[in-house]
Design a protein around this ligand. Structure first.
Ligand code: AMP
Ligand code: FE
Ligand code: FE
Ligand code: ZN
Length: 280
């Protein structure tokens, strides 16, 4: 294996808030010389077979994954489950989270209708596993109720605003546990973005397996200190572009993530899988 091969273990598809299909993502990854790709959508493993097939057809290594939205003391924490098994019995937990999101969306539509704005669930994209306020903002704009996404948030959707309803979020402890029960390695996503660099010990105590060290919004200093932290505490190192759409975010493969990191991540994931199966 050439020493300089690079992978991307964090991109989003149209199964959550990304724009591209799995096949388009895989083609883009190949074009950018990425040899292994994890399409990790927000809170869903839907489309896992399609994602795996798209990577295989394009000649790159598929890594299954999901990015779980969690909270720690009220702040957002994202936990990736890399090598998550879509056939795991715990995948049903993700369906519950999706159903809760759909109930929340219906309740927000109800609040809008009391303000005289008529939107139906069918006005929102049907292929999306995980519906959120950004989809609602887009629908408000398409129906002509607002001129921009920011007007939709500014008038209706802002936190604690007239239409907003909080969503049920897993605690970080629940998220790490679920990531591992899914048969994956529990990786803390973009701690530099989530301002969690001061909470690493706390998250590690909850059983974290690794950290997404390489991320477009981590500068050189953060990367160096996270690499040191992983080495000192025996955590695996991961990385990805967090790509959502062409032109909107750094491209697939924009981070150099050495291919040989994959073996350690796979090993820790598989050891988790065994632990949880033994316990079941
Ligand atoms: P939700 O998960 O449904 O509560 O939606 C949260 C998402 O809405 C965030 O991740 C942002 O992408 C988006 N968002 C929140 N506030 C704003 C805003 N003021 N303008 C545009 N997008 C926003
Ligand atoms: Fe996203
Ligand atoms: Fe994230
Ligand atoms: Zn992401």
């Amino acid at each position: 294996m050439p020493a300089n091969q690079s992978m991307d273990l964090h991109v989003h598809s149209c199964y959550s808030d990304g724009r591209l299909s799995p096949a388009e993502l895989a083609a883009r990854a190949v074009h950018n010389n990425v040899v292994a790709l994890a399409i990790c959508d927000h809170d869903t493993l839907e489309g896992a077979a399609e994602k795996e097939g798209a990577c295989r057809a394009a000649g790159i290594v598929p890594v299954s994954g999901v990015e779980l939205s969690c909270q720690l003391d009220g702040s957002e924490v994202h936990i990736l489950s890399l090598f998550a098994d879509p056939d795991s019995a715990c995948a049903a937990m993700l369906d519950e989270l999706r159903d809760a999101r759909e109930r929340r969306m219906s309740a927000m539509l109800e609040k809008l209708s009391r303000l005289g704005i008529r939107l139906e669930l069918s006005d929102l994209p049907s292929e999306v596993g995980v519906l959120g306020r950004p989809h609602l903002a887009r629908a408000l704009m398409e129906k002509g109720y607002v001129k921009s996404i920011s007007e939709a948030f500014g008038r209706y959707l802002y936190d604690e605003g007239p239409v907003h309803i909080s969503k049920r979020r897993l605690t970080a402890a629940e998220g790490i546990d679920l990531a591992q029960r899914l048969g994956g390695a529990a990786i803390l996503a973009h701690p530099g973005v989530s301002r969690l660099l001061g909470n690493l010990d706390e998250l590690r105590a909850l059983g974290l397996d690794g950290i997404e060290v390489h991320h477009p919004r981590h500068g050189g200093t953060a990367v160096a200190s996270l690499l040191r932290y992983c080495r000192d505490h025996n955590l695996v190192v991961s990385g990805g572009s967090d790509f959502h759409a062409p032109g909107e975010s750094p491209d697939i493969g924009s981070q150099r993530v050495p291919r040989d990191l994959l073996d350690d991540i796979r090993e820790v994931a598989y050891s988790r899988r065994q632990t949880f199966c033994d316990r079941a």
